[in-house]
Structure formats: structure tokens, C-alpha cells
Design a protein around this ligand. Sequence first.
Ligand code: FMN
Length: 250
Amino acid sequence: MKVNLPEIDEIQVNSYHEQLDVIISENCKILSFTFGNLDQQSIERLKNNGTILIGTCTSVNEALILEQSGIDIICVQGIEAGGHRGSFTNENIPQIGGLSLLSQVRDSVKVPIIFAGGIYNARTLLAVKTLGAEGFQIGSLLLNSEESALKDFEKLRLKKLKEGEITLTKSFSGRYARGIRNTFVEEVENTDFILPYPYQNKLTGELRKAARIQNNSEFVNLWTGQSISELNEGSTTEILGNLIEEVEKN
Ligand SMILES: Cc1cc2nc3c(=O)[nH]c(=O)nc-3n(C[C@H](O)[C@H](O)[C@H](O)COP(=O)(O)O)c2cc1C
């Protein structure tokens, strides 16, 4: 299979500023972002437009930065969460467990909190509600859903997943993300050649595409969080509906 690797100077580092024009012209009511904070001018533009802003933190320090700059709602991302870390203040990203992080952010900020990380049933949802979350962000629970973009080989790999196989890695994108440790992760982490985001992401893109075509789970990025015990069948509506029903019975 022929792959077309990108030239380094063809890789665009996207600025969010162009996207703000669309958000404002379309009169979007809510904007949720991750990987950083918006600049003050953008925050003011969006607030004048009546847009509610949701930013992501992975430490108390990041939560304070978001609150002080006027962000309306904070999404607290525990270390359990699947996918990319939203960290934005440190080279060595904070690796704070959800229990510690959520309760300390609750003690430190006044704005409403959404929690992300490890919610997969009524007990986990009610636990983070007790700790102060008012909203609940769910990812991994939906990986096996009908709407999931995963191919069958990826869903099958997730079904066979063992807890020790989940890791944080920069190998696919240049930013830390939580997913399955496979041959690609191990090989890349054994080198000193991980480029910063978004360069590593672009560089590995063609390989990941080829691996998906060939149903090869050893060379794709399979993001997942630490709560893997129940992979639900059905549509997202059914999965979330069942969760809500279970919560309401408690
Ligand atoms: C496969 C996958 C893809 C994700 N993609 C995004 C994304 O594009 N943007 C984002 O803000 N969060 C993304 N997330 C993170 C989720 O929004 C959420 O924070 C996380 O899944 C919560 O933890 P959980 O996986 O334990 O439920 C992704 C998570 C997974 C598992």
C-alpha cells in the first residue's frame, strides 16, 4: 500500500479564531473547548453574543485560570478519562485522579462543574454528583454503540481488553491521550522521536488509515478510559436512557 506522508511545512496549526466567526454568525448558544483557554478578546466577543462557555481542566490551577477568565462552566477531566488530556499549563501533564481533582476543584471554584472520567453506571455517576459535579460527560460507555465510528475489529479488540492494557501515550498525536497499548505505542515509545502536536498526529495519520483498512488493531489509536467493565450494546439513546433510568431508581 502506497502512503503519502505530509511535508512538515504543509501541516497547518489551526487557529480557533476563524472558527469563532462561524460560531457567532450561527448564533451558537454553547461552546465547549479543550487543550487550553480562549484569549480575553474572544471570551468577550462570545459573551456579548450570549454564548455559554465550557472549558476543560485537569488540575485545580487550570480550573482557576478558566474561572478567572470568565468561563461559565468547567469540565473537570479525571485521569481515568478516555481520549486526549485537556491539560494546558504544564510540560509534565498533571495526572490527578478524578476523586482528588473533582473535590478540590469543587472547593476552589464557584462555577458549575461537569465531570468527565470513568462514569459507566449509576453508582459512578452518583459518586461524582456527591463530589460536586452537576453535569456528566461520558465517552467510553458509548464506544460499542450503534452510532460509534469504530469498525467491528476495533469493537472486538475493546471487548477483549484487559485493564493492564490501557495507557496514556503521546505516540499517536504528540499529546497525551488514554487508549490501548499496542505494538505501535510500544515501538514509538522506545524511540526519542515523538513530534509535538499536531505534527505527530499528521505524521501517523496515513499509517492509522492504512491499519484501519487492514483491520489491524496493533497500529490504530483506540482511545478508551479506565472503566471498561461494561461495553453496552444498542443505540446511544438506549445506553444513555438506561443510565438515566438506573440513576433515577437510586
Ligand atoms: C474515542 C474517544 C474520543 C474522544 N474524542 C474527544 C474529542 O474529540 N473531544 C473532546 O473534547 N473529548 C473527546 N473525548 C473525551 C470525552 O469527551 C470524555 O471526556 C471522556 O471520554 C470521559 O471519560 P470516559 O471515557 O471514562 O467516559 C474522547 C473520548 C473517547 C473515548
